[in-house]
Design a protein around this ligand. Structure first.
Ligand code: B12
Ligand code: SF4
Length: 480
């Protein structure tokens, strides 16, 4: 049986970041792709996915679209923590013009905030969803069109009752990732997508999820949750289909720790290898050794991004990261030996970090010799333990965090990092460390010598241009 209920799914762009390659290189949205597929599989064919980032659209374009084609019954907006305010702006504009359209906001950005904060600051949003969205979205649609039980049974839903008090439902069971559900790629503008550098070397390229959750519990991360894995055979089937339909040559696996379990990883790597694809992934330095790197390289892996975080073992300990700096050096050497490129994610402004630590980290990165390095500030996120500990210790308040992410008002967090470093100090450290690594003729020469495709050269140009614009404070390439 099919239902006429209409749903429109989109995402909020993140307009507050400077060095934001990700919004300039739109990628397939796995999250809303799964939601769309799940609704369609359960008798709701009337689902539209609009990638406003790929289409370079903003609120007036959405409103115009709804005026011309009719507004949906339900508008779903996907957010990260950094795009919640943009989602609120979309909701305000849509509700003002189309008051009967309900708005639901979901995605990783909703997870850490109190229900009352989300509903209070996001006054135009009817519902928020925390955690996995497939069952929640279907439950919400059924509750709204009257074919299912009420709103109070939708898993992970944050909503207002008749007295407008904030209510929150418990989360439901985790999805079985081997249930055969596939991302609704057909609903997305596949030809517009490009993985951002340093990925996307072998177009056409896309992303794929083979696991959810991570069994480690690093203090600064929001991805720690029970791990579920897809069977390698199912991943192979999906990749083979994508290869046929979209001429796929490259895939980036978004799993938090791709090589988490050795035997499964080996099987998966072998199956991916049979397809003759180029691929990249993210993992931990203590989850790859020389033998695994060799297998990965043989199977087409050309890039691994590692959460190195720091070269200082005391800082790693404080961050709850059990790997060591020396292990990182060994793993990076193993990747080099097998011509696998490496990206090192490093965190600056960690608790207890001093100028001496930063200097040593810069020297450590020279020894590590990654192909790419991405220094970032430790992220304030109420979904990570570090932020909650700092609130409990009185370093800042939950209200500061709410103001920082949910409003345009000033917050203590504009002036200071989560670990208490003045923001200008923290930013200066990132610039200094990034400059030390990238602004070297030798680095440029090494990159040119290692170019593997024409697209690789174009990526080098685009990545370099964005980096230097940011380094010299010239603003984003796309800012509207
Ligand atoms: C691929 C990716 C990207 C891609 C695409 C983002 C996307 N949302 O699809 C790009 C490169 C654009 C990107 C950009 C950024 N990202 Co990113 N990204 C990821 C990554 C690696 C995978 C996301 C993914 O596809 N997951 C798989 C899908 C199936 O899960 P999902 O998206 O969470 O969706 C499920 C639920 O969240 C929910 N859901 C999602 N949307 C919606 C919408 C509705 C209406 C409902 C009801 C439910 C719902 O249902 C889905 C199915 O269960 C994650 C880390 C990870 N492994 O999860 C980080 C992650 C999402 N990114 C993060 C961040 C911080 C960023 C950036 C700020 C990075 C930067 N400095 O530039 C930008 C922000 C861009 C923006 N517009 O806000 C953080 C978000 C933290 C947070 N609390 O919000 C994460 C979790 C990484 C991390 N460890 O901190 N990212
Ligand atoms: S930082 Fe990496 S290893 Fe640690 S919890 Fe997050 S995803 Fe897992």
């Amino acid at each position: 049986m099919t239902h006429p209920f209409s749903t429109f799914l989109t995402m909020a762009p993140c307009r507050r970041l400077q060095f934001n390659l990700s919004d300039m290189f739109p990628v397939p949205r796995l999250g809303i792709g799964y939601l769309s597929a799940h609704l369609k599989a359960h008798g709701y064919p009337n689902v539209e996915v609009r990638d406003v980032i790929a289409e370079r659209e903003w609120i007036p374009d959405l409103v115009r679209r709804f005026e011309e084609r009719g507004a949906p019954d339900l508008l779903g907006v996907s957010v990260t923590i950094l795009s919640l305010r943009e989602a609120f702006a979309i909701a305000r504009a849509v509700k003002e013009r189309f008051p009967t359209t309900r708005v639901v906001v979901g995605g990783p950005g909703t997870n850490g905030f109190a229900a009352a904060s989300l509903l209070g600051h996001g006054a135009a949003v009817d519902f928020f969803v925390r955690g996995e969205g497939e069952a929640a979205m279907l439950g919400l649609v059924r509750a709204l069109d009257g074919t299912g039980p009420g709103i109070d049974s939708v898993p992970g839903l944050v909503w207002r009752d008749e007295r407008r008090a904030a209510r929150e439902n418990p989360r439901g069971a985790y999805r079985d990732l081997d249930d055969g559900l596939r991302v609704d790629y057909a609903a997305q503008p596949m030809s517009r997508f490009r993985l951002h550098p340093p990925m996307g070397v072998y177009p056409y390229a896309t992303m794929m999820e083979t696991t959810r959750g991570c069994s480690f519990s690093c203090e600064f991360c929001c991805l720690s949750m029970p791990v579920r894995e897809r069977s390698p055979a199912d991943v192979e089937r999906e990749l083979a289909d994508l290869k046929r339909h979209y001429d796929l040559r490259e895939v980036h696996f978004i799993d938090p720790t791709f090589t988490l379990h050795r035997s499964r990883s080996e099987e998966l790597i072998e199956r991916v290898g049979r397809l003759g694809l180029h691929w990249s992934c993210k993992t931990r330095v203590d989850k790859v050794d020389e033998a695994l790197a060799a297998r990965m390289a043989r199977a087409g892996c050309y890039l691994i991004a590692f959460g190195v975080e720091s070269g200082e073992d005391d800082i790693l300990g404080a961050l709850g990261k059990s790997a060591t700096g020396e292990r990182a050096i060994e793993t990076f050497a193993a990747c080099r030996q097998h011509r696998i490129r490496t990206t090192a994610y490093l965190l600056l402004a960690s608790p207890g970090e001093t100028e001496a630590h930063v200097e040593r980290t810069i020297r450590f990165v020279r020894r590590l010799a990654p192909d790419y390095v991405l220094y970032d500030l430790l992220q304030v996120d109420p979904a990570n333990p570090l932020t909650r500990e700092r609130i409990a210790a009185g370093a800042f308040t939950a209200d500061d965090v709410d103001r920082y992410y949910l409003t345009d008002e000033p917050s203590a967090l504009h002036a200071s990092s989560v670990a208490g470093h003045p923001m200008e100090v923290a930013r200066a450290r990132i610039k200094r460390a990034s400059g030390d690594f990238y602004v070297r003729p030798r680095y440029f020469w090494e990159r040119v010598r290692d170019l593997r495709t024409i697209q690789d050269g174009l990526n080098l140009g685009a990545g370099g241009l964005t980096f230097f614009k940011d380094l010299f404070g010239l603003g984003k390439l796309w800012d509207r």
